[in-house]
Design a protein around this ligand. Structure first.
Ligand code: UD1
Length: 423
């Protein structure tokens, strides 16, 4: 298994191009199931999670070609398709559950494996299934698979009030509702930019959707959707991650493709920590004002709050800040696994339940570390950039799920970082 070796202490300067959003692409790809005509995504990220979604859609009968070194995906799903999403693929990635809504909408039935647990928490699917049941589906759990059937072969519009603004459930219900009979209203819908991106693409395919980006989304079902070409929105989590790089090392980085509206809350926290973020013609420029960032308190929340997917990276930064910060994780129950690894590098972190108290230190030392999830892996790389000596991050397959060419992007701006292949 590959590992990433980082030698700390180098200032970073230059431009980093931010890719299309993994989480947007993972919701956009299943939208191919809603139409007989081709759906083309441009600005697609080149990641192993995208390969997994490709594999899943191909197993259902979609034809997918990847052009321009993977940056363009042309997908087409015509004729009869398979409606069973197999455990062997679904277990690799929770976002596989995003085929449930589209399959039900297209075929009136679907059998989709439950994704199973993941390192950061239990992550059930009750919000998805309750919503689909309100739309007339009957859903049973058998042998680890959800067996879903729409009454009369077609879903019908419904008023659905989510108990929590789940991103995946909003995407699943929104896709299912595009082809349902009548109007669906989702209240307490998620407001993430990836939801807006999906709605924009579905509208280009002919769907009637209003209110995306707010907590009330209204979808008027139509009889059929056509094809479309859609550019995937910038990855705000990759953006936030690279915005932090110069905070660890000094220097100035321009994140090309970044826009403030994607990271408003995060940028406000950086400002409070003594870091300048400014919008340029092409992206966002970041530079720290003093030698060290200052402590800030952070609480993760659904968008537009502070993203849980940037919590690990922020914790890594706060390990070097002046003062004591309190980080509260409200989205996932078990998302501080990076803390003990950071402690091995010299950080002072005290975890109690869903709260971590971080007392900044002025020096950390590189160490061999291991990551248990995607964002945790990258937080260890960031910490390595600012630590003395060598940090070896093992189990980088997590990283490859969500960051394309991380070592190339960082070495191009001056970092000493390389991938060591185990072969
Ligand atoms: C998406 C993102 C993930 C991000 C998360 C929160 C994708 C592919 N992944 O995941 O990177 O960390 O949003 O911003 O877009 N929940 C339930 N029942 C459900 C669904 C969710 O209890 O039916 C709970 C989950 O266990 C979790 C919380 O709701 O505690 C958030 O989940 P959700 O917003 O659904 O996240 P995902 O869509 O899985």
């Amino acid at each position: 298994m590959d590992s990433i070796v980082v030698k700390g202490g180098r200032e970073l300067n230059g431009k980093i191009h931010i890719a299309g959003a993994k989480n947007a692409a993972l919701a956009l790809m299943p939208a191919t199931l809603l139409s007989e005509e081709p759906l083309t995504l441009t600005n697609a990220p080149r990641l192993s999670d995208i390969k997994t979604m490709t594999e899943l859609l191909e197993s259902l009968g979609s034809e997918i070609s990847s052009l321009q070194d993977g940056k363009v995906q042309v997908m087409s799903t015509h004729g009869r398709i398979n409606t069973t999403a197999d455990y062997d693929i679904v277990r690799k990635m929770r976002a596989s559950n995003l085929v449930l809504g589209p399959l039900l909408a297209r075929e009136g039935n679907a059998i989709v494996s439950l994704p199973g647990g993941c390192a950061i928490g239990a992550r059930p699917m009750d919000i998805h299934t309750d919503g689909l049941e309100k739309m007339g589906a009957s859903i049973e759990l058998n042998d680890g698979y959800l067996h879903a059937k729409a009454a009369g072969g077609r879903l019908k519009g419904a008023v659905i009030d989510f108990p929590f603004a789940s991103v995946g459930a909003t995407e699943n219900i929104m896709m299912a509702a595009t082809l349902a009979k009548g109007t669906t209203v989702i209240s307490n819908a998620a407001r993430e930019p990836e939801i807006v991106d999906l709605a924009t693409c579905l509208r280009a395919m002919g769907a009637q959707i209003d209110g995306d980006g707010t907590s009330r989304i209204e979808i008027q079902g139509v009889d059929r959707l056509g094809g479309a070409t859609h550019p995937v929105v910038t990855d705000r989590i990759e953006l936030g991650t690279y915005m932090l790089a110069p905070v660890f090392t000094g220097g100035e980085i321009e994140c090309i493709g970044g826009r403030m509206h994607l990271v408003e809350n995060f940028a406000a926290k950086l400002d409070a920590a003594g870091i300048d973020v400014s919008e340029t013609k092409d992206g966002l420029k970041v530079k720290r004002r003093g030698d060290r960032p200052r402590a800030v308190n952070v609480k993760t929340e659904p968008f537009p709050g502070f993203p849980t997917d940037l919590q690990a990276q922020m914790m890594a930064m706060l390990c070097f800040a002046e003062g004591t910060s309190v980080l509260e994780e409200t989205i996932f129950e078990n998302r501080f696994m990076h803390a003990p690894e950071l402690v091995r590098m010299g950080a002072k972190i005290d975890v109690s339940g869903n709260t971590a108290t971080v007392t900044g230190v002025d020096k950390m030392k590189g160490a061999p570390v291991m990551a248990t999830d995607l964002r945790a892996s990258v937080s260890l790389i960031l910490a390595g950039l600012a630590s003395e000596g060598e940090t070896i991050v093992n189990r980088v397959y997590h990283l490859d799920r969500g960051y394309e060419h991380v070592e190339e992007k960082l070495s191009a701006v001056g970092a000493q970082i390389e991938r060591i292949s185990s072969k």
